[in-house]
Write a protein that binds this ligand. Structure first.
Ligand code: HEC
Ligand code: HEC
Ligand code: HEC
Length: 426
């Protein structure tokens, strides 16, 4: 009796020991894998941070996904991937003297910490530029104006008639070549830099403006330009900024650059449109008696993405069209613009305004289309609100409801039968 229990107990103890030892062994053997996994995790979190840093600081000059813009070189190049780490790091930290490439390290007056520059170096060496491009779009930071723009030749020539016109002409060309990407067409500002064509800026002294252009504004995207421009260039730009109210709008026009989209931005745009715009512009943008159609060829072909973005941001004063700029981020508004632009290939030539019951059953919709677009029967609000959800929810509710009823019924039957069965047994 006793020796037998002892034997069993020892066997159990041995088994336990074996389990502990083998677990430890597996743990130790697995350690290198764990270290590699941890390193990969750090690398991917660094790359993740770096994509946002790139979108915020570099995409404006080097392009949406590092492809380069105009004279600014690409960063997605094989040559850079084989460049020694230290050289690449130094290029970013210190910039390139006498070019538009500013110094980025805090030591050199830039906005980025050593760790952030390290992350960006890692991105250029190992990063995924397609993903970086998607990040840039999703953050609403895709450059919409190329780094340089072309001044309108006729308006540029007209500037000669103004006092000291040749200085203004030179400055407009410098601005179009160096500043437009950040400060916007006609100096009206963008999401990343303030308007310079602005009464508040005109009030500043020439010395103050000259100083910002020469030395930059530490810790921001505004680099100092003393490396790239002469003192004479900078003083001409200062003159332009102080006298911008004399320069006609359209002298430095916005090129028609489409807002890029990603799957994520389209989904966001669709959701925001449904939540904020559909009640006035109709669920498919076809228009309602309250607001014009957006899903129509004439509007979409005549209005650039930048213009649509501006209308949505600023609203249409004196109408029911609200300004969305203080309620939505630039990224959200761009997502909506991308979503609206998607309609262009299939947009009807003529707007077919949704009217009361327009979202209802097909026989009603046909009648509506042929009829006068203005509401003739019933209140537009009531009918519109009752009609739209009905078509959208009824079909989907149908099969889900059926499924639910089926499941509940079969559960009930099972319960009843097992109940009866056990009753019978006892
Ligand atoms: C204001 C425009 C501008 C911005 C913003 C900018 N760059 Fe540059 N960058 C340039 C220009 C112009 C050059 C080319 C300089 C030259 O001619 O050597 C350049 C060159 C480079 C190079 C060297 C490329 C090569 O082929 O030798 C690297 C690397 C680089 N930039 C990284 C960055 C990073 C990272 C950022 C963001 C933190 C950034 N740049 C932001 C304008 C810019
Ligand atoms: C890479 C983007 C970028 C470029 C290119 C750029 N700027 Fe700026 N600029 C900025 C940002 C961002 C600010 C705001 C800085 C701050 O908040 O202090 C700014 C501020 C300024 C200001 C001060 C405005 C004020 O309200 O006082 C002036 C003047 C100016 N920039 C002129 C220029 C000129 C001229 C050029 C072209 C030679 C230029 N900038 C190119 C990003 C840029
Ligand atoms: C309260 C009703 C209302 C809402 C909500 C509304 N809009 Fe509008 N919208 C209007 C009206 C009215 C106009 C026509 C303004 C006019 O007369 O120029 C308009 C005009 C526009 C235009 C210009 C159309 C053209 O033909 O020039 C665009 C673009 C637009 N809206 C987009 C949007 C977007 C995007 C949203 C959602 C974020 C939205 N609107 C939400 C009422 C509305």
């Amino acid at each position: 009796m006793k020796p037998k229990t002892f034997l069993i107990e020892s066997l159990i103890g041995l088994g336990g020991l074996f389990l502990i030892v083998s677990a430890l062994g597996i743990y130790i053997l697995n350690e290198p894998n764990r270290i590699v996994a941890a390193q990969n995790e750090i690398l991917s979190s660094q790359l993740d941070d770096a994509m946002t840093l790139y979108a915020e600081n570099c995409s404006v000059c080097h392009g949406l996904r590092g492809e380069g813009i105009g004279a600014t070189p690409p960063l997605d190049s094989a040559a850079l991937r084989t460049m020694p780490y230290d050289d690449l790091y130094k290029t970013i930290a210190r910039g390139r003297y006498q070019t538009a490439m500013p110094a980025w390290s805090i030591e050199d007056g830039g906005p980025l910490s050593d760790y952030q520059i390290d992350e960006l170096t890692t991105l250029i060496l190992y990063g995924d530029w397609t993903k970086t491009g998607e990040r840039t779009v999703n953050l609403g930071l895709a450059p919409l104006i190329p780094f340089t723009a072309e001044p309108d030749p006729a308006l540029l020539a007209e500037l000669a008639n103004l006092p000291d016109g040749s200085t203004l002409q030179a400055a407009v060309q410098l601005f179009a070549a160096n500043c437009v990407a950040c400060h916007g067409a006609d100096g009206l500002g963008t999401g990343i830099a303030p308007a310079l064509n602005d009464p508040a800026v005109r009030e500043k002294s020439a010395e103050e403006i000259n100083r910002v252009i020469t030395y930059g504004s530490a810790g921001t995207l505004m680099a100092g330009w003393s490396n790239a421009l002469t003192a004479e260039d900078i003083s001409a730009l200062t003159t332009l900024i102080q006298r911008w109210d004399e320069v006609p709008l359209g002298t430095i026009p916005a090129p028609n650059v489409p807002i890029p989209v990603t799957e994520e931005s389209l989904a966001l745009g669709s959701q925001l449109f449904a939540a904020n715009c559909a009640r006035c512009h109709g669920p498919e943008g076809q228009g309602t008696p309250r607001a014009p159609s957006l899903n129509v060829k004439s509007f979409l072909t005549q209005t650039s993405d930048l213009a649509i973005q501006q209308i949505i941001t600023q609203g249409v004063p004196g109408t029911a069209m609200p300004a969305w700029g203080d309620r939505m981020t630039a990224a959200e508004i761009q997502a909506i613009v991308g979503f609206i632009r998607q309609w262009e290939p299939t947009a009807p030539e003529v707007a077919v305004i949704t009217r009361p019951g327009g979202g209802g059953p097909p026989w009603l919709r046909n009648e509506t289309n042929n009829a006068n677009p203005l509401p003739s029967t019933g209140g537009p609000r009531q009918a519109g609100q009752a009609g739209q959800p009905a078509t959208q929810t009824v079909p989907s509710l149908d099969w889900r409801l059926l499924l639910l009823v089926g499941v509940v019924l079969s559960l009930a039957f099972t319960l009843i039968f097992t109940g009866l069965f056990s009753l019978k047994q006892t």
